[in-house]
Design a protein around this ligand. Structure first.
Ligand SMILES: Cc1ncc(COP(=O)(O)O)c(C=O)c1O
Length: 374
């Protein structure tokens, strides 16, 4: 990637930052876009309100494009957890229903389902991790006629394992269940096509791979999901003419837009749009190829030291997230701390060290990381 691109990330002058699976530093263009909206409201109050709505509309279009969805199928949310809870609470559950998931999903993709178990007696079935992978065979064997949804991350936060969504989509359709995907660890840097891969729900947020400040999430619902998920959290912007304050006999907005309840973070929509423009300039396929090059190099070099690679590096399963473990189980927090002292930022996750580069990182930085490993 070019020096001009790298210059948009001033963190590169301070650190080798390899923690994008947690929080990403937004590029300068994104910070400027956020500042521009804040300055506008600071100086002009509501005068340019329609411009903010227009930016929100275009941001939604870009997000939909990234997913290969229609704009009205994508609603803005606060975060991934809100989006998944929306689905959990909007479905009509009956005794005997079950949900199939993976035991090591991030809690955003666990608690909404456990609440249904506790409140309504819905059964939650969870497959295990095997050799750093989601045991898809075990997961498949858990799905039956009473399965209402399969909930899985596209890319796992704790291993980097990338799930074959189309395979799971077909499985879900065979059982008339929904495929619910947490896409926070993939959207923007791993190509996804919700239509072709039969994804019914995609939920995520902008502060990781989408390079946006914390505070903007999204929910995509396929048409068949929208038929099943009722809007249970609504407000003045859930209807087609929100500014007709007395015309309250309106239907809900089309598609997923019924879920947008009220005023959102206008400045962050400006920021998200700037980041999406940057990501689209390169394109998720090209970014994925580049990150594969970086992570392949990392894995190759790490093996020459006393580390094992926990992540699957098989084609179709590998991703831009790599987790490693010291062979003699050197404490991962100590490892993290030693690297941090050298301004190399990774993440300790359980017994693993997680390394997650983004498009502005370089092979030299990967070498610096490996050289710094004790
Ligand atoms: C897979 C996954 N889902 C969700 C989240 C975050 O959830 P939320 O957007 O609700 O904060 C994370 C990261 O922190 C994650 O790794």
């Amino acid at each position: 990637m070019t020096p001009e691109l790298r210059a948009l990330f001033p963190i590169t002058q301070r650190a080798v930052y390899l923690n994008h699976a947690a929080i990403s530093p937004p590029p300068t263009t994104t910070i400027e876009a956020v500042e521009a909206q804040l300055r506008d409201v600071h100086e002009n109050g509501s005068l340019n309100y329609l411009d903010w709505l227009e930016v929100k509309r275009r941001t939604r279009e870009s997000l939909a494009q990234l997913l290969n969805a229609r704009p009205e199928q994508v609603a803005f949310m606060r975060n991934t957890s809100d989006a998944l809870s929306t689905v959990a609470n909007g479905l009509k559950w009956k005794t005997g229903d079950n949900i199939v998931t993976f035991r090591r999903e991030f809690p955003s993709n666990i608690y909404p389902w456990l609440r249904l178990r506790d409140a309504l007696g819905v059964e939650v079935r969870a497959c295990e991790e095997r050799d750093g992978k989601v045991d898809l065979q075990q997961l498949e064997s858990m799905v039956d006629a009473n399965t209402r949804l399969i909930a899985i991350s596209h890319v796992q936060f704790g291993s980097g394992f990338r799930a074959d969504l189309e395979r799971l989509g077909r499985l879900a359709r065979r059982h008339d269940a929904l495929l619910v995907v947490d896409t926070i660890q993939s959207l923007g840097v791993v190509p996804i096509d919700v239509e072709a891969e039969l994804v019914d729900v995609a939920a995520g947020a902008g502060h990781k791979w989408l390079l946006t400040p914390e505070g903007v999430g999204y929910l995509y619902l396929s048409d068949r999901a929208r038929e099943r998920v009722e809007p249970t959290l609504v407000g003045w912007t859930s209807v087609p003419n929100p500014e007709d304050y007395v015309g309250i006999a309106q239907p809900w907005n089309r598609g997923t837009l019924a879920w947008e309840t009220g005023t959102g973070p206008a400045a962050f929509f400006y920021g998200l749009r700037a980041s999406l423009n940057l990501l689209q300039e390169y394109g998720p396929a090209r970014i994925a190829t580049y990150l594969e090059e970086l992570t392949d190099h990392l894995c190759e070099r790490v093996l020459s030291k006393s580390y094992e690679i926990v992540s699957s590096r098989e084609p179709g399963e590998k991703s831009q997230i790599v987790c490693i473990r010291h062979q003699r189980r050197f404490s991962v927090t100590a490892l993290y701390g030693q690297l941090k002292a050298k301004n190399i930022i990774t993440a300790p996750r359980g017994d693993r060290l997680r390394i997650a580069p983004h498009l502005y990182n370089t092979l030299e930085e990967i070498d610096q990381f490996v050289d710094a490993l004790p």
